[in-house]
Design a protein. Structure first.
Length: 362
């Protein structure tokens, strides 16, 4: 990089970094940090300046001492360490200690270990998702073409049958052809709908969906609201967001039939504003996180990794399309969906961007 970088461009690069970067003296006292480091430490940069970095990485002081034991200039090294932020729970992080040209200074570079694993998983999911969409469109085309011929032939045959009782069988062919065509149309619907982006109020959407589901399940189901009032309005497709949360709440309620009968079924709707969130390999300065949590039996481990693919279901009369639509609509609005499930607690988490930090991908 040339040496004539403007201060504004340098600040832009600093804000765009997805990894935390901290400059310390040889004793480990923090001299400077970027925004990503503030997010990892859970405290503002102003409060970090002058503090001891080893309070966040307890082994750091001994580590730095070891680096200086045999040489006046420490060599770069890295390791998986435990980060203890001011706010939040401890987390595994990858920490690299680098020397800089200026004597008496060290550069610490850090990133959440889980973030690296998540990015790898996300890349794999995106590849599988793209492949499944191509397969789905091709398969739908191959199904719909002969369906029209089958239905037309059945209609012609029906007019030629001398025995009216035989028309019952052609009627079955026609009805089943129509049913299969409807299923194919539903499979393709999320991929051909145009987005109608407007300014949306998330809590208005959630309340509308809550009222619908409460009307469908008037007894035995409690819906708990845990809303963050600081969630701002943002740009999204209102109808698609409505479909996302309607599918998730209906899916949760249908999975808790026994609890609904017993009167102990519960769905919690939780919203929070989050900072420095990575969504589909893009770092967002601000995002909204929506959790739809139920106290049902949990997702069958056998289908957990493929539950968002079309036609995957364990319900006897399920189509396997609801969660596939959830994922598709979340992605079309720049977000993603995550799943955490164990017996007694299932959480479908939707992440939607409010403010992007940079246009680049991680």
């Amino acid at each position: 990089m040339s040496g004539d970088m403007t201060p504004d461009y340098a600040r832009l690069l600093e804000k765009s970094l997805a990894t935390g970067v901290v400059l310390t003296d040889n004793a480990g006292r923090i001299l400077w940090c970027n925004e990503a480091a503030e997010t990892l430490f859970g405290v503002s940069g102003r409060s970090l300046i002058g503090s001891d970095a080893s309070q966040f990485f307890p082994p750091l002081k001994d580590w730095i001492r070891g680096l200086h034991a045999d040489s006046e200039k420490p060599v770069p090294c890295s390791a998986l360490v435990r980060l203890s932020p001011v706010a939040g729970t401890p987390k595994s992080s990858v920490l690299a200690v680098l020397s800089v040209p200026e004597p008496g200074k060290l550069l610490l570079e850090m990133s959440e270990a889980e973030q690296a694993f998540t990015l790898d998983r996300q890349e794999q999911k995106e590849g599988l998702s793209d492949a499944s969409r191509v397969l789905l469109r091709n398969l739908a085309h191959e199904i719909k073409n002969p369906l029209g011929g089958i239905r037309g032939a059945a209609q012609l045959l029906e007019t030629e049958l001398p025995d009216p009782s035989l028309k019952e069988f052609t009627g079955v062919i026609i009805r089943e052809s129509d049913r299969l065509r409807t299923l194919v149309d539903r499979l393709l619907e999320p991929y051909r709908d145009e987005r109608h982006v407007t300014s949306v109020n998330l809590h208005e959407i959630l309340e509308s969906v809550r009222n619908l589901v409460s009307a469908e399940f008037p007894a035995g189901l409690t819906v708990v609201r845990d809303y963050d009032v600081s969630v701002p309005t943002f740009q999204a497709d209102r109808e698609q967001l409505t479909q996302i949360f309607l599918n998730l709440m209906r899916n949760a309620a249908q999975a808790m039939e026994d609890r609904i009968v017993a009167g102990s079924a519960r769905i919690t709707l939780k919203t929070r504003v989050a900072r420095g969130v990575v969504i589909r390999r893009h770092r967002c300065r601000l995002a909204v996180v929506i959790d739809v949590i139920d106290n049902g039996p949990g997702v069958d481990p056998a289908i957990r990794e493929k539950i968002f693919y079309p036609l995957v279901t364990t319900r006897a009369h399920g189509t396997g399309l609801g969660l596939s639509i959830v994922r598709t609509y979340a992605e079309r609005n720049g977000g993603e969906v995550e799943l955490e499930s164990e017996p007694g607690r299932t959480n479908f988490r939707i992440l939607l961007p409010l403010q992007m930090q940079s246009q680049g991908r991680l």
